[in-house]
Design a protein around this ligand. Structure first.
Ligand code: SDX
Length: 392
């Protein structure tokens, strides 16, 4: 089926599942969702069009898109009791801790009446998650800064609504710069899905036991939080701030190459891509668009671009096929929009929810699906004789 892609037959022996949602060819730097290239989708489709594509397998026509957008808009509010649960956290709780807790708690509010064996009920769970993640994400931020939560508005687009809930207050409306709203929507799309990454595999494994979708997504959020995975965007901006200037880049390149130094270039390298991550290319272009539109001169962009240039010419990174990934430029954009670093992975989780739930649904739709049970290679001791504690 993929005659024009070079398939490594050995790859199939390690494949964990079959899927029709996302295709990655890491050696060629190719990423496609249901057959559409990520560049085309990120530059020409809205995030909600991509959500529809990931869930239903094809891009929506105008009528389908209008209905899908209406349903998503009309489910963005949270149960007020769930909102009260959020107020049990410490004010300085990391937003990812709050989001993980809140999505798991959604099990207690939105799942009791759902039967995941029923396709329509799985669709309802998907809509509730896609609709409410921006509301929860913005609430995490508002709670941290001590401002009142802003209710979602049905007259705004998905990205505009998120920015409204983040930055509007009861005293002042927030009208996003159109370039910023479009960039936010594009960031959502660039993070929407990525095949069997650690967090998506976590969601699939949790779902294979029949756990409810809200608990499975909470498990995915927990996995994404790690700095080797979705936490890299927050870690990357902190790294760029620590480097601080172009002059200090060589020092950090040397550290990244030093086997005895645990430091790695955040936002660089990938388990699958051994060529450019196509998402990083679009993200870099978007970064320039946003900073130019807001007339921001961020020295960190100069540091990031020079770091990329130097690394891509350095034999260590060339030989190990290390390239910037999706997390390398995203933090600079989010910082320019006014989003704090501790919210970066929350936005990744918000974006990736549709990918997680699409994979969960694909798995749950397979009637032959069995519970996941990874095996191990046991390398410990066996058949030891027991001694009572008096003799040990
Ligand atoms: C995401 O899987 C996905 O699809 C994830 C993701 C998604 O959309 O879901 O794409 C999102 O998680 C992107 C990755 C974000 N993480 C980071 O940017 C953190 C920094 N990157 C690294 O920690 C690392 O590149 C990983 C974790 C992403 C991959 O690590 P691996 O599996 O060790 O990478 P590898 O096998 O290709 O490494 C080859 C060599 C190793 O050295 P040797 O053992 O051969 O001597 O390159 C080294 C690695 O130590 N290496 C790096 C490096 N990344 C790999 N050296 C310096 N800096 C780096 N960033």
């Amino acid at each position: 089926k993929h005659g024009y892609f070079t398939f490594d037959p050995g790859f199939l022996s390690t494949a964990s599942c079959e899927s029709t949602i996302t295709f990655i060819n890491g050696s060629q730097g190719i990423l496609q969702h249901r057959g559409y290239a990520i560049d085309d989708l990120a530059k020409n489709a809205s995030y909600l069009e991509v959500c529809y594509l990931l869930l239903y397998g094809e891009l929506p026509n105008k009528a389908q898109y209008a209905e899908f957008s209406r349903i998503v808009s009309e489910h963005t509010m949270l149960n007020e009791q769930l909102t009260r649960c959020l107020q049990g956290f410490r004010r300085d709780a990391h937003p990812m801790a709050i989001m993980c807790g809140m999505v798991g708690t959604m099990s207690a509010f939105y799942h009791d009446s759902l039967d995941i064996a029923n396709e329509r009920h799985r669709e309802i769970a998907a809509y509730r998650l896609i609709s409410k993640m921006p509301t929860i994400a913005a609430m995490c931020f508002k709670y941290n800064v001590g401002q009142p939560f802003m209710y979602p508005r049905n007259d705004l687009s998905y990205a505009e609504n998120f920015l409204h809930m983040m930055f509007a207050t009861p005293c002042a409306e927030y009208t996003p710069n159109p370039v910023v709203a479009k960039a936010m929507d594009r960031i959502f799309t660039l993070h929407a899905d990525h095949e069997q990454n650690a967090s998506t595999s976590t969601v699939r494994l949790a779902g294979s036991s029949g756990a409810n979708p809200f608990a499975c997504i909470a498990a995915g959020i927990a996995s994404l939080w790690g700095p080797a995975h979705g936490g890299a965007n927050e870690a990357c901006l902190k790294m760029l701030e620590e480097i601080g200037s172009v002059e200090r880049i060589p020092e950090f390149i040397d550290r990244a190459k030093d086997k005895d130094d645990p430091f790695r270039l955040m936002g660089f390298g990938h388990r699958v891509y051994k060529n450019h991550d196509p998402r990083a290319t679009v993200m870099r272009e978007t970064c320039h668009e946003v900073l130019d539109s807001l007339n921001i001169k961020d020295p960190l962009l100069d540091v990031a671009m020079e770091l990329e240039r130097i690394a891509l010419e350095d034999s260590y990174f060339v030989e190990k096929k290390l390239y910037p990934n999706v997390d390398f430029y995203s933090g600079i954009i989010l910082k320019a929009v006014g989003i704090p670093t501790n919210m970066f992975t929350v936005i990744f989780a918000l974006s990736r929810t549709v990918g997680w739930i699409a994979h969960w649904n694909e798995m749950m739709s397979d009637e032959g699906q069995k519970i996941g049970r990874p095996r191990q290679l046991y390398v410990g001791e066996i058949d030891k004789s027991f001694n009572g504690i008096e003799d040990r």
